[in-house]
Design a protein around this ligand. Structure first.
Ligand code: OOG
Ligand code: MG
Length: 258
């Protein structure tokens, strides 16, 4: 694929996002779209957002749990980019009208305390963190009915839309290996899982991200946010409701949907 074709695909996705109009998966017209090409489309799309003034603040891992792979019919961990425009205040508002068909999922986030380069072990990766938080991720695929192949979803920045972080806890004060995690809508638990569902251990997801970034010639800078991936399936968001992630020992992150 040429640079121009990559750019055109990134623009198609960016327009779908800005106009809030779902599109066909890219692989319908481009069945040969490869994973490396898809990451190139993602990078070009992040460049478009940066051109609009957004700053990269971190990364997200996706499809790190069985529940998510089953829900989406796709079977390998992937990563995407988070920008400052995606971050919402804890307890703040998310405007449904700004998205196509948003869904929410409970996550654990890491705050990177010092630059993390190369391919660390999960233990080393965890040591570089200054904080770990309960988090909510709001995903919003630009594709019709959230249906896509792996290259499609990678090109679409892994459905990234918004995220909310709960208060940060020092990693030394929280063993994140087997924490109960729940997603509540209007006070009712609608999804329940364990942090163990996130790639066996959320720090394993963080280390896997480092390896994938290393392959791409990138690394985690101090201050970056990393969403480790959902522990459960995602649930559709409706205006007027309140979503909350509750993670045992870490706390909670919530958002009002307006
Ligand atoms: C892809 C994004 C997956 C996660 O935590 O697994 C993801 C999607 O489900 O649309 O964010
Ligand atoms: Mg997620």
């Amino acid at each position: 694929m040429t640079k121009e074709e990559i750019r055109a695909l990134a623009e198609t996705l960016d327009q779908a996002r800005r106009r809030r109009r779902e599109i066909d998966p890219l692989t319908l017209a481009h069945p040969a779209l490869s994973l490396p090409e898809a990451y190139a489309v993602q990078a070009e799309g992040v460049g478009l957002r940066a051109g609009g003034g957004e700053k990269v603040v971190g990364f997200k891992m996706g499809l790190t749990s069985e529940a998510k792979m089953r829900q989406m019919g796709v079977n390998a961990p992937i990563w995407g980019v988070l920008t400052d425009a995606m971050r919402l205040d804890n307890g703040g508002a998310f405007a449904c009208a700004g998205a196509i068909h948003p869904r929410v999922e409970p996550e654990i986030a890491f705050i990177i305390g010092r630059d993390l380069k190369g391919r660390p072990s999960p233990e080393e990766a965890l040591k570089s963190c200054s904080g770990v938080c309960a988090a909510l991720e709001i995903i919003d695929s630009r594709y019709r009915d959230f249906r896509f192949t792996l290259p499609d979803v990678v090109a679409d920045d892994c459905s990234a839309c918004a995220f909310v972080l709960g208060p940060a806890v020092r990693p030394a004060e929280a063993d994140v290996s087997r924490l109960k995690m729940a997603l509540e809508i209007d006070g009712q638990a609608v999804q329940e899982g364990s942090s163990e569902a996130i790639y066996g251990h959320p720090a394993r997801s963080l280390a896997a991200l480092c390896a994938l970034l290393d392959e791409a010639g990138e690394f985690l800078k101090a201050g970056s946010v990393v969403l480790a991936g959902a522990a459960t399936q995602a649930v559709a968001l409706k205006a007027g409701s309140r979503a909350r992630a509750v993670v045992e020992g870490l706390g909670e992150a919530s958002v009002s949907v307006v």
